[in-house]
Design a protein around this ligand. Structure first.
Ligand SMILES: [Zn+2]
Length: 118
């Protein structure tokens, strides 16, 4: 009898612990939190989309003050924040600092890349 009383108490304690934590509720909270994250993710995404939409090409390149009007300027501006000429200059600088093998593979990549974006 003493044993069953003890067992009953343990059961009650366990029950109250379980009720305190309420596993079902915890699952619900976890579920809700996940939902919130999804919502936040979407908010951030739409926020970024808005920024992207607002990031229009300025009249002048911030690097060389040249008027940016070329289609490639627009593409380079979106990708690198400067005009096509500046990007080429910068990349040439980078390329000339590389060793021959890296330079060749980089130039091959370049050609593929500009075929893609151009
Ligand atoms: Zn420029």
């Amino acid at each position: 009898m003493g044993y069953s009383k003890e067992a009953e108490r343990q059961n009650k304690a366990l029950e109250s612990i379980l009720r305190g934590g309420t596993p079902e509720k915890r699952v619900m909270v976890g579920y809700n939190a996940d939902k919130g994250e999804d919502k936040n993710g979407k908010t951030i995404e739409s926020h970024l989309t808005k920024i992207m939409q607002e990031a229009r090409m300025p009249w002048f390149c911030p690097e060389c003050d040249k008027v940016m009007k070329h289609r490639l300027d627009d593409k380079m501006w979106r990708l690198f924040g400067q005009c096509f000429d500046c990007q080429i200059k910068e990349e040439n600088k980078l390329i000339t600092s590389l060793d021959l093998f890296a330079r060749l593979s980089c130039m091959a990549l370049h050609q593929t890349y500009y075929k893609m974006v151009g």
